[in-house]
Each structure stands twice: as C-alpha cells, then as structure tokens.
Ligand binder design. Structure first.
Ligand code: ATP
Ligand code: MN
Length: 325
C-alpha cells in the first residue's frame, strides 16, 4: 500500500533558495550543502569517513549534487539503506523497514514477508533521499522491482565477486562474458563498478515474469559459465570454494534481495561510489573502487548523459527458461 497522503511529496513545501540560505549559520558549517531542498542536516561538520575529511555535510552535498542521476535508479522501489550513525568506520546497519522518524518524504509500502507483512521504505522525492541522509544513510540498495508491481522485476543483476588475488583484467573479462552470455538470449546489459571489490552486470527487462522465473534464468547463466570454465567461475556462494575464481552471484535476483544503486556511496574506506560505466570504459579503469566521492562528483558534473545511455527505455523480454528441477 502506498504511503498515506501526508507522507507524500507536496510541491509547495520547498522554501525559496534565499530563505534557506538565511537559515541560522551556526549549525551549518558546511557551506550551503548544495541543499536547496530545505532538508535540515544536523552535525554537517561530523567526519563520517575516517581517514578522510569527508563530513556528513559533504555526504549531503554529494547526494544533492547527483540527485538527478541517483533518484531515477531508486525511486518507487522498495529500498534498503545502510545507516552508519557513527560513521563508515563504526557499526553500520541495513534497514529495509519504514519508520515514521525517517522523514516526511520517505514513503512506505506494505509488502508480504515469510509470515505476515511489513512496511518497507521507498523514496520518490529528492527530499526523501536527503531525509535519509540526515538519518545517517550512506548507501542506497533498491529492489529490482517497483512498488506498483513488487513481484515482477524489471532489472536483473549479476554480481561478480572475485576471490582475493583476482586481477582487474580477469574481472573485466568475466563481466564481458556475462554480457556475451545474456546477449545470446537477446538481452543487452550494462556494467557498474560496485565501489567495493566487484563489478555488477545489470540487465533491464520488461516486466512480466515473477521473481522465481527471473532467478532461474540468472542461475542458468551462472551455472553455464561455471560448467564451461570451472577454473575461472563458480556459481555457488561458498567462500571457501572460491579460491582463485570469480563467483557469479545470481542470488541477488530473488524477491527481497537488493543491489547497491548506481551513484550510491559505499560505507567503506575512502568513500567509494558505485559507478555505472560504459563497456568501453572498463578496460581503462583500474579497479571497482576507482571513483571516490570527489572523483564521482567530478565525473557526474561533466556527464551529459547516463553512461548506460537510455537503458531505462531498453525494451527486452526475459526468454522462457525451462526449469530443470
Ligand atoms: P562488492 O563488490 O565488494 O562485492 P557488493 O555491493 O556487490 O560489493 P556484496 O557483499 O557482494 O556487495 O553484496 C551484494 C549485494 O547484496 C549488496 O549490494 C547489497 O545490496 C546486498 N547485501 C549485502 N549484504 C547485505 C545484508 N547484510 N543485508 C541485506 N542485503 C545485503
Ligand atoms: Mn558483490
């Protein structure tokens, strides 16, 4: 169920820029925050990434600056967030359930769970994003489906998780292998640096199939890769068995699973960003965490179009998969 009307955005609430700028300066150490949205950020001076000078104010300014790119990735999708009340160097937690205190522009949607149902959170308004930042959110992780049809994914993700020691070129080759495999099924795909250790290959699909069908397709791709090249790939999550290989994680494509959003910060050392890239760019990039907050801002400011082109408009249907079990 969508949020109650009082939770929804209203176009009238935003104060003019000048009024926001005249707000008490004392608590607004970070200049302007790039936040013309009138979302109050407390303690903007607090450093949230240890070993950097990046503050909560910088994080808010980052999200405000890249909002037009982030919001389409996450809006109207059930959303998990990673909140780090004491910064990225301390305890952080995943949150998927809505709470009123998250903010007036953070929506809630009732979703079924193993037993019963609960309210999940979502945003569809820049103010909601910044309210979550005010609540110390660093990372945004959407479902691959939207709140109007949560049972039907419109986006699949292959999460490539390399064992320690796997080089960048092997990871790039793996991502391209996934691309080739799904292309054999008529599907275009797109690459994202996770901001951590891996690369995600994202496949937009027309809505229709349910999660189980989508998952079966992804499992099949991963199984085929592991069967054909067992020295390079594996399709089972066991860390112990991963040695020297890349885990093609297809399990992200289950109902309730999430993947980090493009342009989301990661709560990891150095403030890396999950960055979508063009396939041609991959070879030139050094690592999955090549873009930190500063580099990401620079890139996004110079960006005329999304690196994935108009992938959101990609119309392609998941092929039917015969289930083997
Ligand atoms: P890396 O490249 O370092 O693997 P990643 O974002 O792919 O970064 P994973 O640990 O592989 O991180 O997890 C894949 C996805 O699973 C994450 O992007 C996140 O959305 C989800 N996830 C990870 N840990 C949890 C958790 N504790 N609770 C819920 N979802 C999680
Ligand atoms: Mn991963």
């Amino acid at each position: 169920m969508p949020a109650s009307p009082t939770k929804r955005s209203t176009k009238t609430a935003a104060k003019p820029r000048s009024a926001a700028a005249k707000r008490p300066a004392a608590k607004r150490a970070a200049p302007a925050l790039g936040n013309a949205l009138d979302v109050r950020i407390t303690h903007p001076e607090r450093v949230v990434f240890p070993d950097t000078t990046i503050t909560k104010g910088d994080v808010a300014a980052y999200y405000a600056a890249i909002m037009e790119w982030l919001l389409p990735e996450i809006e109207k999708r059930p959303l998990s967030i990673i909140r780090c009340p004491d910064g990225a160097g301390a305890t952080c937690f995943f949150q998927k359930h809505h709470a009123d205190k998250l903010g007036a522009h953070v929506g809630s949607i009732l979703l079924r769970e193993k037993t019963g149902s609960d309210r999940y959170l979502y945003v569809d308004d820049p103010r909601g994003v910044l309210e979550l930042v005010q609540m110390n959110t660093l990372e945004f992780h959407p479902w691959g489906s939207r709140i109007d049809e949560p049972e039907k994914p419109d986006r699949l993700v292959f999460d490539l998780d390399p064992a320690p020691g796997i080089g960048w070129s092997d990871l790039v080759a793996a991502a391209k292998d996934v691309r080739t495999r799904v292309r054999e099924h008529g599907l275009e795909s797109f690459a994202r640096l996770s901001g951590g250790k891996g690369v995600h290959v994202v496949v937009p699909i027309r809505r229709g199939p349910l999660w189980n069908e989508a998952k079966a397709f992804c499992e099949r791709i991963a199984d085929e890769m592991a069967a054909d090249e067992p020295n390079r790939y594996l399709a089972t999550a066991s860390k112990a068995a991963r040695e020297g290989r890349i885990f093609i994680d297809w399990l992200r494509n289950a109902r309730g699973a999430t993947s980090v959003a493009s342009f989301s910060l990661r709560a990891r050392a150095g403030a890396p960003v999950a960055m979508p890239v063009k396939w041609e760019e991959l070879a030139r990039i050094r690592s999955p965490n090549a873009f930190d907050l500063v580099a990401a801002l620079k890139r996004v400011k110079a960006m005329r179009a999304h690196p994935w082109g108009d992938y959101a408009k990609t119309k392609q249907s998941l092929p039917r998969v015969s289930t083997r079990r």
